[in-house]
Design a protein around this ligand. Structure first.
Ligand code: AHR
Length: 530
């Protein structure tokens, strides 16, 4: 079911200042009427769409998560305490690891036991990979932040046997030799692995396979890479995720059709529950948009590119519908986010970029798209969690700063596992140069406790937007929440000035059961309704 983007017409009113949300200067606010029908419940917004991706890349793992038990940086068994506590606050549902392209060159045995094998990371800067953060450290990290494991196995340069043994090591309760080895490594109980990625971008860095060759591999890995955890044999089974499309290139239509057709004809011996899709907001390749020090043209341009996500979801969901009309297979957008030019002075292989208010708005727009397509998009992983691409967190030795994108994830926590509600509105338009975008975007949902939530983005960086929300037969009594904005579209948080882009509380006025709020330009607001 598609919600929103149709219905009422926008009208112009002027100089409306409501609540504490509005900038000091009077600006012309165009009224947007939004109607939420709490009786029209849609799909559940699976909490897994708020998943993260942590690859062995640059300072994503080393320095970002792992500092080692002997570090002066406060840590628990080598894992940074500051990072753990920040991630707990956004209730990370799952983390995809160890890659990315890295996954198809990763050999898990090098990252267990007292003697780690030092290897190289040819994909990402050719640096040394100490393997000090391996399987048990990853599972410990997940345990500390309260997230589930999404493990990507090596299909490119590994073997089905290597992957099968990894899962046996991770999940076996019986005293097999591998289970005993896990116990000797400090974890007698079997781990839970909730998600299994079978390869990564196998059409490119994962082995440049043809679709048919990949499908043959998929069947083998799906059958032999078993999860033995007794708790995951019935209801909590591990979900297997196949490699899917990586953008709009026509070859990905063929790829998706081949995988989905095979799925339709699958036998008892193999299965998949998810199809991966990767889509970055790049603009042009190689990534050359600046992540800081840009203006309105780059703001509008990047947001235009990011909204192409909807066309991709529609396109690949339509192919999936052909072969899987019951929507048993989830579309898993397990790499997405902004990918800009590397920051000057950094190793280009480390994919270091700043994170601005533009990225916060970009994140909100994409999360809204995933929520609107919640029937098919049931998992997503932003790239990447720490210090790489559109990260939640940046670290520098003992220092840590939370990015604008982090705050969107924090504000959206109530939408985890909430039920989508039908929203009708006319978004209006915002135009800059030759770019025209929807001015306003909205999602509404009921959380697991029955409370109603709205997330509203005002894309226009120059004009506030007055919003009037009606709730059918239900009269709103009060509304409160947070709004995220900043002085400029390229405002960032730095180690020295960490609070430039942080949410501030907002209350909205309610009259005659309708909620009125005035959204600051270039802002994202999340409110709960009583
Ligand atoms: O996230 C960086 C890289 O982008 C990943 O390793 C790869 O899967 C994708 O191409």
């Amino acid at each position: 079911m598609r919600f929103g983007l149709r219905g009422t017409r926008a009208v112009i009113v002027g100089f409306v200042l409501v609540g504490s949300m509005v900038a000091a200067q009077p600006v012309l606010a165009q009224k947007v009427e939004i109607s939420v029908d709490a009786t029209k419940a849609g799909a559940k917004i699976n909490r897994n769409i708020f998943g993260q991706f942590a690859e062995h890349l640059g300072h994503g793992i080393y320095d970002g998560i792992w500092v080692g038990p002997d570090s002066k940086i406060p840590n628990t068994r080598g894992i940074r305490n500051d990072v753990v506590s920040a991630l707990k606050a956004i209730k990370v549902p799952n983390v995809r690891w160890p890659g990315g392209c890295f996954a198809d060159e990763y050999h898990w045995r090098k990252g267990i036991g007292p003697q780690r094998v030092v290897t190289l990371n040819p994909n990402w800067g050719g640096v040394m990979e100490p393997n000090t953060f391996g399987t048990n450290e990853f599972m410990d990290f997940l345990d500390q932040i309260g997230a589930e494991a999404y493990v990507s196995v090596n299909v490119g340069s590994g073997t089905p046997q290597e992957a099968a043994e990894w899962l046996e090591y991770l999940t076996t309760a019986q005293s097999t030799t591998l289970a005993k080895e896990r116990a000797a490594d400090g974890h007698p109980a079997p781990y839970k692995v909730d998600f299994l990625g079978i390869g990564n971008e196998s059409w490119d860095c994962g082995g440049n396979m043809t679709p048919d060759y990949y499908v043959s591999q998929l069947k083998i890995y799906s059958h032999f890479v078993r999860n033995f955890n007794p708790a995951q044999q019935e209801k909590q089974q591990m979900l297997k995720i196949a490699v899917g499309p990586g953008g709009d290139d026509p070859r990905f239509v063929d790829w998706t059709q081949t995988v989905m057709k095979a799925y339709q004809q699958h036998t008892w011996s193999w299965d998949i529950e998810g199809l991966s899709m990767h889509s970055y907001t790049v603009g042009k390749w190689p990534p050359s948009y600046a992540s800081m020090g840009f203006g309105e043209t780059e703001y509008a341009g990047i947001l235009k590119y990011t909204l192409e996500m909807e066309g991709l979801i529609d396109k690949y969901a339509a192919i999936m519908n052909q072969y899987d009309p019951q929507k048993k297979v989830a579309l898993v957008v397990d790499e997405w986010g902004a990918w800009y030019a590397p920051l000057p002075g950094t190793n280009p292989g480390f994919l270091v970029q700043q994170n601005s208010l533009r990225d916060a708005i970009l994140a909100a727009l994409n999360l809204n798209l995933f929520a609107r397509h919640a029937d098919r998009v049931r998992m997503a992983n932003i790239a990447q969690m720490i210090n790489v691409l559109q990260s939640m967190i940046m670290t520098d030795k003992e220092k840590m700063v939370l990015t604008p994108t982090y705050y969107i994830y924090k504000m959206y926590v109530p939408f985890q596992d909430a039920t989508s509600l039908q929203v009708t509105f006319d978004p209006g338009t915002y135009t800059h140069g030759d770019v025209t975008l929807p001015r306003v975007d909205v999602i509404a949902a009921k959380d697991t406790a029955g409370k109603l939530w709205l997330a509203i983005t005002n894309v226009n960086p120059n004009q506030a937007a007055e919003i009037e929300v009606s709730f059918g037969d239900t009269a709103a009594k009060s509304a409160l929440g947070d709004t995220l904005t900043a002085p400029k579209v390229d405002s960032v948080n730095t180690f020295d000035a960490p609070n430039t882009v942080v949410p501030k509380p907002v209350t909205a006025s309610v009259q005659g059961g309708k909620l009125t709020l005035n959204l600051e330009p270039k802002s994202v607001t999340v409110v709960s309704i009583e």
